[in-house]
Design a protein around this ligand. Sequence first.
Ligand code: BDR
Ligand code: CA
Length: 318
Amino acid sequence: PLRILLDVDTGVDDAAAILFALLSPDIKVEGITTGFGNIDMEQATENTLRVIQLANCGYQVPVAAGAAKPLKRDYKGAVPHIHGHNGIGDADIPRSPQKLLEESATDFIIRMASENPGELTLITVGRLTNLALALMKDPSVADKLRRVFVMGGTVFAPGNATPVSEANLHGDPEAAAVVFESNVPLTVVGLDVTQKTRLTRSHLDYLSQYASEERQPIVAFLKESMEVYFDFYRKSNNFLGECPMHDPLAVLVALNPSLVQVQSLPAVIDCGSGLTAGMIITDRRVKPNVGRAVEFCIEVDSEKAMQQLLSVYCKGEQ
Ligand code: BDR
Ligand code: CA
């Protein structure tokens, strides 16, 4: 299986990404790190532990708590109109007895990368703060991770936090800049592909109908947590009974890169204030001289991607 570290700000679609990763027979989650973003870091951590328990995946998943605020800016606060008051669409799932690791997310990422050089794929689906802190403390982390997949940013599609900037990068531009300026192998799974990979109400009905008995609590959670998310995307994007699967797609692409077309482009992050904060600037000139080469996902087979996500949520023990 693909051995991954997952960095989250659990969030409705983060929860769906965690469930996908834990339920996929082809992925082994070696640890989850948490941070602020959709909700504050404490609640994101609490949500993560609960979702892990709900997945009941049959192995222990260490969790390390991470950053509570951006590197150089203030945390702008939770977004209850998108992710509900508790971050997971106000779905009520049981508390978990699992204890957090004593080490920080930063130290955990550094230790795991050092103990498993070239082995681990890190997937970030929240702000890049934890990874940036790890790279700043131990730059050799960049050579020890197999690859980093970042759910964030956009090249050609419009932004979502601002007209040109996506929430995960806008939420901590300086951290994103540290990651983009490092030499870690980097694939960006941004809005160009995530915005068109959508879960629909009929997908959820399909899951209710076809998921195995033991998966029904998971399906019930997905249904309940997605309501507020559907509502937000209806109001903001005129999507009717559909929402983008941003974070699950990032995990899926790490597992199955053939679902996307990538383009390698030199890129930097804008660290100014205002609308361009966290914007990805790609240098597409004939003779580029700004930024280092990053792989950007620009096209996706969304139908196939959704089929693969649904089939993992559906199945029981195999
Ligand atoms: C990203 O922002 C968050 O709201 C989602 O969880 C996702 O990681 C999409 O821009
Ligand atoms: Ca997220």
